[in-house]
Every structure is written in structure tokens, then in C-alpha cells.
Design a protein around this ligand. Sequence first.
Ligand code: HEC
Ligand code: HEC
Length: 280
Amino acid sequence: MLRKSIAAAALAAFVIGVVSGAAADDKPLEPWERKENHVKPPKDSPLDYLVSGYWFRTPKTRALQDDDFENPAFLWVETAEIEWTKVDGKAGKACASCHQTAEKSMKGVSARYPVYSARDKKLIAVQHQVNHCRKNYMKAKTWKWESDKMLGMAAYIGLQSRGMPVNVSIDGPARPFFEAGKAFYHERRGQFDLACKHCHQANFGQYIRADFLSQGHSNGFPTYRLKWQKLGSLHRRFRGCNNNIRAIPYKRGSPEYTNLELYLAWRGLGLKVETPSVRQ
Ligand code: HEC
Ligand code: HEC
């Protein structure tokens, strides 16, 4: 009980302004409140409706995402497109040697990742598989999670699923990983003793300091953040959200964050993939 009230106080200290959820008749609904921007949540979802982080951003930020020529993320995507056909490593292969055109072979891939890998006996994200291909099939150096090359490749692969609904599997061998991600999402942590749900489930549509809270979905990642002035991974975002509440962040690509990635994808099941999105 005491813990609860401390967390409530911490959150109250964070949340400074409230945007009316049920808008008065004379006030037009915010884009994120409008029914036409809502998606039906999956069975057992804790949310009444799903709405992409896109609709919580300003018209200016949304416009950047809407135009591929204006969207700065495409600088990384274009580099990855060249990388795709470039021979690298001792095996003398390029991605294209085995996967031909990404438009065909990578279509829908990001929409169903992370997946359980029978080979690794664990959950893997797209980035893990890319490095598996580089190391084992190309005999090339692996890429760091947050390197420009990995970010670009993840965005380029993600782009091939753009417009497709997020469609991860949480059944069978993926189940324990899903459950671990779910537990992580609901655990209070850090000096502020807050869980993900306290911000992204209980308080979306409200301001927290200068930030306007969304439902915290993953359908736009990797995303170009104006604040970062570059493309960034979902796991970088997790680290940011952990740091904000003074909690110890995990490593990018860690099992903890990969499990969380699966749970988050399920929370956004049916939302359209927007990669590469633009955020504030
Ligand atoms: C020598 C062949 C080969 C090369 C070169 C190769 N891959 Fe792969 N890739 C595979 C195979 C085989 C699979 C199927 C999974 C497995 O066996 O690891 C795969 C699977 C994948 C998947 C998952 C697809 C899915 O449907 O789940 C991605 C993403 C991927 N590769 C990306 C890349 C990228 C990016 C490169 C270049 C940096 C690359 N691969 C280079 C052979 C290759
Ligand atoms: C103290 C509040 C707070 C907590 C707790 C918090 N976040 Fe966030 N998160 C934010 C803010 C602020 C943003 C930026 C605005 C937005 O998109 O909601 C954000 C953004 C995000 C985004 C990007 C959404 C998009 O569309 O670009 C994701 C994903 C996310 N958070 C996941 C999480 C996860 C997972 C946790 C738990 C580990 C978590 N957050 C905990 C405040 C929080």
C-alpha cells in the first residue's frame, strides 16, 4: 500500500498537465482520440483500443514521416540498400547472394519478429538474425546493435513490411519469452518505482513534463528521433525509458529487452508497421 502511494506520488510529480480524455462538445478530438485512427486490440488486451505513436505527434513530425524524401531515416535506408548487394566477408557473399531482392524475401519479416529460434533455443530479433547470417554464412564481422549499418539494415528490412499489420506469434515455444516480457512490463523499477504500464497504459494522452505520452508501441522502429538527430533502435528507446525513472537499463539485444520486444509487439498486434517512423 505504501509502495503504491509512493509510486502514485512519483507519477503525479511527473504528470503535470492533463489533456481531457473525453473532450467537451466544443473541443475537437485530438488525432489520437479519433475512432478512425484506432485499431481493435487483440484478445485479452489491457487496452480498449490501439493507437499508433504517430497520432500523438505534431502535424509537423507526422508530415516528416509521411514523405519518404523528407524523412531523414531514408539516408540510412539508402545506405543499407547498397549494403544489401555488397560482397563482404571471407565467404565472398552479399545478402543478395542468398536473399535476392529484399522487396520479395524480406516482405513481412519484421511484422512477425521477434521469433523463437529452434537453432538458438531462444527468442531472436531481426538484428540477431542479421548477425547470424553475417557471422556464419558470410564469414563477415558482426555489426553492433546501434551502429549505423545495423540500424540501416533493420530499417531497410522493416520497410519491406510497411503497412502490414504487426503479427507476432506468442504461442508454443515463444510463450515463456512472452510471459517474461509481460512480467517485465508490469514490474515497478527504479528510483521512481514505476512500471511501463504506469506511463503507457494508465496515462497515455497526458503530458509528462514536456513529453506527450503515447501507448508506447513498437510499430515504428527503428525510428528517426529529432532529439537523437539519428535513427535509433527500439532497445535504445527501452534504455531511455528505464533511465528516465532512474532504473538500471539492460543491454541492447539482451534477452530481457528481446522478451519485452515480443510482449510490446503483441500489445500492438494489428497496428500497421510504420518503419522507419519519425518521432519527436
Ligand atoms: C549464404 C546465404 C546467406 C547470406 C549471404 C545471408 N543470409 Fe540471411 N538467411 C540465410 C538463411 C539460410 C536464413 C534462414 C534462417 C537460418 O538458417 O539462419 C536466413 C535468414 C535471414 C533473415 C530472417 C528471414 C525470415 O524469414 O525469418 C533475415 C532478416 C536475414 N537472413 C537477413 C540477412 C542479411 C541482412 C544479410 C546480409 C547482411 C544476410 N541475411 C545474408 C542465408 C543467408
Ligand atoms: C515515466 C514514464 C515512462 C515510463 C515508466 C516508461 N516510458 Fe516509454 N516513453 C515515455 C515517454 C515520455 C515517451 C515519449 C513519448 C511517447 O511516445 O509516449 C516514451 C516512449 C516510448 C516508446 C516509443 C513509442 C513510439 O511510438 O515511438 C516506447 C516503445 C516505450 N516508451 C516503451 C516503454 C517501455 C517498454 C517501458 C517500460 C520498460 C516504458 N516505456 C516506460 C515515458 C515512459
